[in-house]
Design a protein. Sequence first.
Length: 114
Amino acid sequence: MQAVSMPPASKASRKPPIPPEVAIALLKALSSDDAFRQLFMSDPRMALSKVGFHLPSEAETPMCMMVDVLASKEEISNAYDALYLHLTGGSRASMLVPHFFAAGHTIKAANSAA
């Protein structure tokens, strides 16, 4: 998988969508890989890098990636389609909904963003 970089964006601007192949890799890892899930919680930027998406050093970590309690593998798997649309820009709120991966909020946030 070729790495993809996100161009710098201002704090107020909409974040660009994540390429489909990266979104698939991210959701697959979050729904199945315990080590990746731990990395995602401790260092979301590094986790994104592991699935081929590199944020510029000056870019902020997307708020949807910062959660206190990560949704379960099952919850992410159940919300896969809505999460995929959110990450790839298929929803109105691409990369704007905070805490998109928080436990108990994935399906509700995805539905409100569609």
